[in-house]
Design a protein around this ligand. Structure first.
Ligand code: ARG
Ligand code: ZN
Length: 884
């Protein structure tokens, strides 16, 4: 045995689900003592350790980052020496066979922590981010979610600099100390894994409210921010209160402590974090006023505040056994926040937005080198698996249980899940079992959703037999190959189907003599199957995959006339929208494939769009839906549907541009009239006003495609007159691609008005960065060198660099200059913050999708990055998998 102190750097190692082993040592209680200092912080961790019955003197591995300095290890009060330190932690040997106290003392330097994981400083305040594996940057610990413990935290710091000291759970002690210091002690009665630990120390102001729970307990709700932002917390607070009520009403889940804190910080890698009773948020997801935040920001805040609150049960009370199970909490909690937002707002519009995002980002991921099942089988760096697949596809998988079992059946499953697993760290298998057992259901063919990557391709072809009065739907499915998964099995897809009669009304459905109401949920789990509806008196148009009942790519034999009919008549809002999207998608794809000489508008589509727009005049018009239905599928969504090795972003851009321009030209009068009719004199945040705003701004977006000076002038006037950020951003975006004085004037005016507010400046950065104006890279370089940018702040990077990657013409410039710029940034970021660097480098992941010139230019940059010595594991994993 040695007392090694050297910490050799280890080569990136792959972790496998199949290697999971239960921990041999339980941590029953943990006492953490933080001495927060200006140069270093000392952490003393005292853990009550209990060996499992079968521990048999096994070694105990404690994770610990290389940056953590180990000051002392004691066992039952005596210095302990039989351990070895490696790059990833320490291995303790020859431990007592009965329960013992383990004390680990470490020193860390939060001031130097640019990775923003573990304990770090943001705007002068201390804060933490421990999920997934940040706790190991604080102290040596079994940093794994199946080690659940009761935490007590004592925090000591300078009282003037850090008047607020927050921990998880209840405040049980506090007081002043010598030397201008003070302390607090926090006790969290609920056992939790260390990834839910949090600490905040700073000079923060607070707004407070109360919530009375369903059993009459009073909960104190507090939001902490820098004092100058206290006037921007009202919406987050309202959202929190609504979430608490919704979880009681919908699932009978009541908050379990007397205090719930939210802290907003400016430097944060992700959106927000559900630490027990001390949620820490990226400030962009807390702070909002109508002047500084858009309607989209308001919606995001509502959804994320709810998401983090809902984790208190789905994530915290029942947590994950290991990180391969991440979707157990994230897929489920995204599903819950989606449903919450649907209940608070327009359900159909919410679903359309969620599906658009899924298709644009998740379908693309599922078809590329980073494709992984919602329960991955392996990873190098867990942070790389906080993905649209685990989150959004995971939410779709949860939604399918609801579709298959019904609302009540789903609730029964949830109840059983909590009954069985409260206080435990469990697996997606446990969730599956609870859903099945509560309903006596056999869903065995549903299981591959957890283990298979790739988006199933479903074909559903209908035919009508007038003589037999039957309608037959022939379905087939294929799950495409993905890296490491060459053979796949069919998977249970709930296909919700309606038959719309010639009068536009839903027919009553009968299959095999069984009545299904007006929407049948087909349990399609074979490679192919045929469903026959009987008693169909007239030829219907089938509405297939209503409400997007399964996350699949659907092909049907619906004709253009069928789609136009569904667009006008389908009772399912999602499919009414989808019919129009299918028409537009097909049109754009034809134009892309045919090239510029083929550019010709489809008049039936123009007419249908005119009809949609004219519907806005109706007294009961769903304007948010109309705004959505007018949208032409994004370039990302269109590119995703093209063959590997063929995508020319300039060509995709040109085709979509042509469609937008033609529609704008043809519908100009209607667009102008609709924009006018929906321009409110004064801002209001009522749902109807938000809907009108979205419609008006959709019209302005369309009109910006016209090369008419009076449009630029009108848009600039709107910019100047706008009394809220939604309208300002809409006008600025509409001008951002136009080479005109008004664009420059608006950009300058925005800067003059908002340069003091970093969150608002993020919008200014991203709109300029995403512009498709020729040679915009020079402008982006200038912005990167300017005072509004800071490479150490993730929001700034996501806005400017992420914004630039969204520009089809400039990021994808044929000379490779955009790719080189991104690689330069990634290499710089890699030394500062591996998580942010790896998110940025992901723009190269799908290089094989592009035509040869761009593909090889992107590949060259990936190789250049791969060649860097000391590359972070985060970037290493994405780059090496992309090149495989
Ligand atoms: N659990 C957080 C959420 O609600 C996300 C934390 C992600 N952290 C990370 N390092 N990847 O969704
Ligand atoms: Zn989450």
């Amino acid at each position: 045995m040695t007392t090694a102190t050297e910490t050799p750097t280890e080569a990136p190692k792959t972790i496998y689900l199949k290697d999971y082993e239960r921990p041999a040592y339980a941590f029953e209680r943990v006492n953490l003592d933080f001495e927060l200092g200006e140069a270093t912080t000392t952490v003393t961790s005292t853990i009550r350790v209990r060996p499992a019955n079968d521990a048999n003197g096994k070694s105990l591995f404690l994770n610990g980052d290389e940056s953590v300095e180990l000051a002392a290890i004691e066992v039952d009060g005596a210095k302990f020496t039989t351990y070895e330190r490696t790059g990833k932690g320490i291995t303790l040997r020859a431990l007592p066979t009965e329960a013992f106290d383990l004390r680990v003392t470490t020193t860390i330097k939060p001031q130097e922590n640019t990775a923003l994981e573990g304990l770090y400083k943001s705007s002068g305040n201390f804060c933490t981010q421990c999920e997934a594996e940040g706790f190991r940057r604080i102290t040596f610990y079994q940093d794994r979610p199946d080690v659940m413990s009761i935490f007590t935290t004592r925090i000591t710091a300078d009282k003037t600099k850090y008047p607020v000291l927050l921990g998880n759970g209840n405040l049980v002690d506090s007081g002043d100390l010598e030397g201008g210091k003070h302390f607090t002690v926090w006790e969290d009665p609920w056992a939790k894994p260390c990834y839910l630990f949090a600490l905040v120390a700073g000079d923060l102001g607070m707004v407070e409210d109360k919530f009375k729970t369903m059993t009459g307990k009073e909960v104190t709700l507090r939001i902490f921010t820098e004092t100058h932002n206290l006037d921007k917390c009202a919406h987050a607070m309202t959202s929190l209160i609504k979430s608490m009520k919704w979880d009681e009403d919908t699932y009978g889940l009541e908050y379990d402590l007397e205090l719930f804190n939210i802290v907003a910080v400016d430097d944060f890698n992700m959106g927000a974090m559900e630490n027990k009773s001390l949620n820490i948020f990226n400030s962009r997801l807390v702070l909002a006023t109508p002047q500084s935040a858009t309607d989209a920001d308001y919606a995001a805040i509502e959804g994320v505040v709810a998401h983090e609150y809902f984790h208190n049960y789905t994530g915290n009370r029942v947590t994950c056994r290991d990180w391969f199970q991440l979707s157990l909490k994230e897929g489920l909690t995204v599903y819950r926040d989606q449903e919450f937002s649907a209940d608070m707002n327009s359900r159909g519009v919410k679903r359309i937005g969620d599906v658009s995002r899924l298709r644009m980002a998740q379908f693309a991921q599922d078809a590329g080198p980073m494709a992984h099942p919602i329960r991955p089988e392996s990873y190098i760096k867990m942070d790389n698996f906080y993905t649209v697949t685990v989150y959004e596809k995971g939410a779709e998988v949860v939604r399918m249980y609801e579709t298959l079992l019904g609302k009540d059946g789903f609730r029964k499953g949830m109840d059983l899940y909590f009954e069985r697993h409260d206080g435990q760290a469990v697996t997606t298998e446990d969730f599956f079992a609870a859903m099945c057992d509560a309903n006596g259901a056999d869903l065995s063919t549903f299981k591959p959703w957890y283990s298979q990557a790739g988006t199933p391709r479903v074909t559903a072809n209908g035919s009508y037999d007038a003589a037999a009065k039957t309608f037959t739907l022939e379905c087939s499915q294929v799950v495409p190959k993905t890296p490491g998964q060459d053979s796949k099995v069919p998977v249970l897809c709930p296909i919700a189907v309606g038959l719309v009669g010639p009068d536009g009304a839903d027919m009553n459905l009968t299959i095999d003599g069984k009545s299904h109401g007006t929407t049948a949920v087909l349990r399609f789990d074979q490679a192919s199957a045929t469903y026959t509806f009987t008693g169909v008196d007239a030829k219907p148009v089938p509405s297939i995959l209503r409400n997007f009942s399964a996350p699949v790519r659907l092909t049907t034999n619906l004709t253009q006339d069928d789609l136009l009919f569904l667009m006008a008549n389908d009772s399912d809002a999602f499919n009414r929208w989808e019919a129009g999207q299918t028409l537009l998608r097909n049109l754009c794809l034809d134009l892309i494939k045919g090239g510029e000489q083929s550019f010709k508008m489809n008049d039936a589509i123009t007419a249908a769009m005119r009809t949609i727009l004219s519907g806005a005049k109706a007294a009961d018009a769903d304007k948010a839906f109309i705004a959505r239905a007018m949208m032409v599928p994004s370039e990302g969504e269109l590119s995703d549907m093209l063959e590997e090795g063929t995508v020319d972003p300039a060509a995709v851009h040109a085709a979509r541009d042509f469609v937008m321009k033609t529609l704008a030209t043809e519908l100009r009068a209607e667009l102008e009239a609709t924009a006018q009719a929906n321009s409110a004199a004064v801002y209001s945040n009522e749902p109807a006003d938000r809907a009108a705003r979205s419609l008006k701004n959709a019209c302005i977006g369309y009109l910006s495609y016209l090369d008419a000076p009076e449009i630029a002038a009108m848009t600039y006037e709107r910019y100047v007159a706008a009394d809220n950020m939604t309208d300002k951003i809409a006008a600025l975006s509409a001008l951002s691609g136009k080479d005109c004085d008004e664009r420059i004037k608006a950009i300058d005016a925005f800067y003059a008005e908002w340069s003091h507010d970093p969150l608002v400046m993020n919008k200014w950065l991203s709109i300029q960065a995403a512009s498709s104006l020729p040679n915009n890279l020079a402008n982006v370089r200038a912005l990167a060198a300017g005072s509004a940018f800071d490479i150490k702040n993730p929001n700034k990077v996501y806005s400017l660099i992420g914004g630039f990657c969204a520009s089809p013409t400039n990021f994808h410039a044929i000379d490779g200059s955009g790719y080189e710029f991104l690689a330069d940034i990634v290499l710089e970021l890699d030394d500062l913050n591996g998580q942010v660097a790896s998110r940025m480098v992901s723009a190269f992941t799908r290089w094989r999708k592009f035509e040869p010139t761009r593909a090889s230019a992107m590949k060259a940059q990936l190789e250049r990055i791969a060649a860097k010595t000391g590359l972070s594991e985060n970037v290493f994993e994405i780059v090496s998998k992309s090149l495989e």
